[in-house]
Structure formats: C-alpha cells, structure tokens
Design a protein around this ligand. Structure first.
Ligand code: ADP
Length: 380
C-alpha cells in the first residue's frame, strides 16, 4: 500500500495509461477487500451485541439515543426508529444523572404496551471529545428478581406471623397437658405428647432458620452483645436439647469451665443448639454427645463431640454452605434442610469468631466454635 501511495503521490505523471488502469484496478480490489472485512467485522459485532442477554444503548453527547440492540428493543417493545434520537431521560424518568456512581442505578421503564418494568442501568463513558461525552448503557431486566424478592418477603412475614405464633401456642398447651394441668395422662398419652412437643420444636427451629436466613440476606440482623458466660450458654442449650436427646436415647454430658465474655447470648445458644441436635440426630441410640468449654488465647471455645458416623474430608467445608447435606444415605433419613450449620457459621462470623469440624470420617465428629472474648459494648 505504501509503495502504491508513493507512486500515486510522486510518479503518476510518469506512468502510462495501461499502468494507471492497472494501479486503479489494484487499488479498487484492495478497497473492496477492506470493505468486505469491515462488513464482516460489523456483522460479528452485531451478532455478539444481539446475543448478549442485556439491553444495550449508546447515547450521543447530549444524552440522545444513537443506537440500541435487539434485546433492548424487545424489552421495551419498540422499533429502533422510535428510539433513535429520544432523550434517555424520556425513557428512564427516574434516572437522575449519567455521571457519578459506578454502581448500577435501579429504575422503572414503561414499555410500549404500558408495562412497568424494573431495570438496573449500568452507565459507562465511551469517549470524550470537545462536544461532550458519549455514554454506553447496559440495561438489565430485574423484574423477575424483584418479584421473587417480594415473594420472599411475604413468605418470611407469613412464616413469622401465621406459623410461628400458633406453634408457640401449641407448645404451651402441650406443655400444660404434660404437666397434668388438664388431668393425669396415661403412659402412652404422655409419650404421644412428648412426640408432639418434639415435632413442634423441630418446626420452630426450621422456621427460626428460615427467618434468620431472610434477615441475614436483608442485612437486618445485628448482634445484641452483653456480658454473658460460657456456662450459661451451655446450660441453656443443653436444657433446650435434653428432651430430644432423651427420646433419641443419646446421652448428653458437659464439661464446663465457665468464662465471662461479651456476645449475643441468644445467637450463641442457637449455634450450640444446632450443634448439639446434630450430634444427637446423627448418632445412634446409645450414642453420646459431649459438650466442653474453655479458653484458648483470647477466644472462648465450645466443643461438641459426638459418636455419630463422622464427616468425610471433602464435605468438611461444604456442610457449612446453605442447603448442603452430606451423604444422607449413609446417615439414614434424618429430616433436615441443611440450614443449621450455614446459619451457625454466619452467627459465629458476626462475632468475629469461627466454626470448624474435626473428624476422621468414620467415628464421630467434633465441632469447634471459637468466639473472641470481646469487650463491653459502648454505651451511647
Ligand atoms: P441439617 O442437619 O438440617 O441437614 P445442617 O446445616 O445442620 O443441616 O447440617 C448440614 C449437613 O452436615 C447435614 O445434613 C449432615 O450431612 C452434616 N452433619 C452436620 N452435623 C453432623 C454431625 N454431627 N455428624 C455427621 N454429619 C453431620
């Protein structure tokens, strides 16, 4: 090309007509080749832009729409001619500014048929020139995610009001029956009431786990720290699990060195109850669950050791994930949702602590919870 440019610049007047025609033909062929390469590149770019599952739009320096992709037009149910030249603010009236935060903006957009859709807009600057800045916008349809969120919130409120309250009433009536408030119970009647109590406790724990997950996700959950002792936490947790252990014929023992520290008593009891009920649940009749507490450096340590089937190496981290259950066939059908350990881990981490498990994968597991001694919360 350079050679031809030089010749075109300097030697044209020395070339014969035939040479000139040949040069023009060569240049024409090259031009066609470049044009078809350019067309091919555009086609590729267009097909990539159309296959991205996001609406895309390019704005000129005055914030008017210059180009859109197919996804955006489908989302808005509009043709490209209808969108071309329209101001971005006409399309997204909630959008305050094109400048500023890198965070996506949540907006509403109205489609051609009048549907109101929730979208997330990410704004990027394409380039700057003397006329201003051009912008490139990603538009993500989040209407399904918003619907799910609303559904999740109404489910959480239903769980909280419509299920938990009657369960609490049922538990107190069952306890009164067992305590003989309505007359003496026969042996098998007493057994039936115990089972009903255990089932209602199981449901209460499940509901509490579901509500906690919801709170953890919506960042509504905060610690309520106060001065407490490891002895108080262990004793309370044991008393909550003793009926369950008795029924499962698993012995609960405790070796408690009570230490004063600062923590959220209710949440720490929940962790221990989860660990103890798991120890009981995964042990066979005749098994043992031993709870131990002490100090290690600046941490209060709680250990829950059981005589269950143990946990395989590859599952040791996974079981702390939500809805994760390890080898249910080996353990038989133990009802559960795989939430207890995930919530326990969140609670431990909120305290700046951690939870782990030791097991040879055959003969029992030891869950270890470490919580920093902490300091008295500041009084404001
Ligand atoms: P759930 O027990 O309700 O399924 P968790 O989150 O408490 O949920 O436990 C997750 C999984 O970890 C359990 O399903 C089980 O496979 C395993 N696991 C937990 N604790 C023990 C234990 N003490 N012994 C053996 N396996 C356990």
């Amino acid at each position: 090309m350079t050679e031809e440019k030089d010749r075109a610049a300097g030697d044209l007047d020395k070339m014969s007509k035939a040479e000139l025609i040949a040069l023009v033909e060569r240049l024409d062929t090259k031009l066609r080749k470049y044009r078809s390469m350019q067309e091919f590149t555009w086609k590729q770019v267009n097909s990539i832009l159309s296959s991205i599952p996001l609406g895309l739009l390019i704005l000129d320096e005055s914030g008017k729409i210059e180009a859109t992709n197919l996804q955006l037009r489908q989302l808005l149910e509009r043709e490209s001619a209808e969108l071309f030249g329209k101001s971005v603010r006409e399309l997204f009236p909630d959008l305050e500014s094109l400048e500023g935060s890198q965070e996506p903006h949540r907006c509403k957009v109205i489609t051609s048929s009048g549907k109101n859709i929730a979208v997330e807009l990410s704004i990027n600057e394409v380039f700057k020139n003397e006329a201003g800045r051009k912008h490139f916008l990603h538009v993500k349809d989040i209407s399904e995610a918003e619907k799910l969120l609303e559904y999740k919130m109404s489910l959480a409120s239903m769980v909280s009001h419509d299920l938990r309250t009657p369960l609490t009433t049922m538990r107190s009536v069952l306890t009164s029956i067992q305590e003989g408030l309505y007359g003496p119970l026969a042996e098998d009647g007493n057994q039936a009431v115990t089972w009903a109590l255990l089932s209602s406790d199981h449901m209460t724990t499940l509901l509490a786990n579901i509500l906690d997950l919801e709170k953890i996700d919506s960042v509504d959950l905060v610690l309520d720290r106060s001065e407490t002792t490891s002895g108080r936490i262990v004793n309370e947790a044991i008393s909550l699990c003793s009926l369950y252990a008795e029924e499962a014929e698993v012995e609960l023992t405790a070796d408690v060195e009570s230490n004063v520290f600062y923590g959220d008593e209710e949440k720490l009891i929940r962790i221990l109850v989860n660990l103890i009920t798991n120890g009981v649940k995964y042990s066979s009749a005749g098994g043992k669950v031993r709870i131990k507490t002490g100090l290690s450096g600046v941490d209060v340590v709680f250990e829950v050791k059981d005589t269950g089937p143990g946990i395989e190496e590859e599952m040791k981290n996974l079981i702390f994930n939500r809805f994760q259950q390890a080898g249910s066939i080996k353990r038989g059908s133990k009802a559960g949702f795989g939430l207890g350990l995930a919530i326990s881990k969140e609670f431990a981490e909120m305290h700046g602590g951690r939870i782990s498990v030791e097991s040879d994968g055959m003969s029992g597991s030891t869950f270890i919870l470490k919580i920093p001694l902490g300091e008295a919360p500041a009084i404001i």
